[in-house]
Structure formats: structure tokens, C-alpha cells
Design a protein around this ligand. Sequence first.
Ligand code: ZN
Length: 301
Amino acid sequence: MAEKHRVEMVEVGPRDGLQNEALVVPTADKAELIRRAIDFGARRIEVTSFVNPKKVPHLADAEELVAMLPERGDVTYIGLVLNRRGAERALATGRIDELGAVCVTSDSFGIRNQGQSADESLAAAMEIVGLARAAGRSGQITIATAFGCPFEGEVAVARVVEMAKRACDAQPREIALADTIGVGVPSQVAEMVGRVREAVDGLPVRVHFHNTRGTGLANVWAAVAEGAATVDASLGGLGGCPFAPGAAGNVATEDVVYMLERSGIATGIDLPAAVEAAHWFTGVMGRPLPAMVSRAPAFPG
Ligand code: ZN
């Protein structure tokens, strides 16, 4: 990875990290998590999701939370949305800089996750990016279950490449590849990132890994080596999709930052500050979090 010395991190803890927890985190603590993420260097933060509060009660406070966000010209706040209604809610807040749209590779997951077939989910994602752009905001498209589907098993690389290519027509700021259920392995990630990068003609590729089977960090490494520009992570390693059986946490911000920074790849994140925030967050959650670096002695000293 000789020429690649910097990656951008997206902090997804406030959204992905909290939606699957038994504990519903108070809105004030979510706002504090976001403030601390900004303090440790996060400049793109997925703050919440504008979805049906009946389906994801943890995120029912989206508008209230967004109103509490610090006014920062240098921070991009991302709101995840699944349809036009969600996009309109997010844009109506006036505080969301970017809409995150999600399409899925299979009909069976799509119907459960967002009530859409795979093709419908891609059409909806493209519409969402269009709405964002029309409002002077940016939009990005995530291809969920890109590395495997909980209901249909293996997902062909060609399928993901084809969806990524079609998604480009909407002019998203990037294409993200998400391992929603944490089944990906490094060789697969390398092939997928490489082939999608070729297909999307210069558009940045972002990756989103869950550590369900312990391959999360290895997958981040493989993706960065293949030129992924942006890596998602959540403080403490919380996370999971309520509609994906057995889903476990995201790769942890502090673990990814430790690995990359000590390898000479800049992330923009202040590791000691992130570890301190993780300790605070552990107190909020009331239990040890899956991340490892924040539970280990600092190194080097
Ligand atoms: Zn996720």
C-alpha cells in the first residue's frame, strides 16, 4: 500500500452502535457521544437513522438528537434513510449534511430490513441521493449484505459490482460496501474492493465491517490495501442490525485506529482521546464493550 497513507474514518457508533442494544441510550448521552467523537477527531459521523420508530425504537429520537448537535462547519453529519419519507424527515431538520442510503443484494433480506426487493432498494437509494443533491446536500449509497446474506448465503462479486455500477448513475459521493452480518474474509474483501473500484470510475469506496466472526480488522486491512478510501467503525465496537440474525458489533474505532496508525496510515483520530471516550461510553452502557485496545494498556506508554 505504498501510495496510500491516509484513510478517512466514519464514526457509526451513534447509529449502528446503539440500534441493537437492550439498553435504550438517553438522547443526551447520544449527543455527548457525538461531541466526544468530534473531540477525538471524527469529522464524518453517522448520527442517527430516520426510520420508522415502531421498527427501530432506539432511533425514535432522531429529530430531537439532531437538534442537539454542535454547529460545526468542519463535521459532516450523516443521517441514514431508507425511503423518500426518511429523506424528507432528515432534510427537514436542516442539520443533516449527508443522506446515507442503503440498498441490499437480496430480496429476502431487503423485505425484512426495509420492505423492499433488492431492485426496489437500489431505486430508492438512487432517489434518496437525488433528493439530497437537490437540497444542496450530499448522498452516498451503501450496498448492504455485500459479502454474504443471512438468508441466501454467498453473494456473487459480479452482483455487487453490477449494483455499484448502476448506483453511480445517481452521482453519490461514494459507494460503501457493508458486511452487515460479518461473514467476509480478507481475500473476498480484496477482490470485492478491487473490482468495485474498477467499476465505479474514480468514485471513493467505503467499507463497513462487523466483527461477528473475528475477521473485522483483517478485512479493514485488506480493504485499505486495495484502496478503500473510507472505513466505518464504532467506538467500543458496538453495533448490529436488528433484522440480521446473530449480528454482532462493528469493528471498533480504537482498534482500527491503533492498527492503521501504527502501520503508518493516518486516520485523523487521536487514539488516547478515543480510548478515553470509550471508557466514558463503557460507563454509559454499564458493561465491558467488545473493543480490545481500550481495555489494554496504552502502547507505546
Ligand atoms: Zn452495520
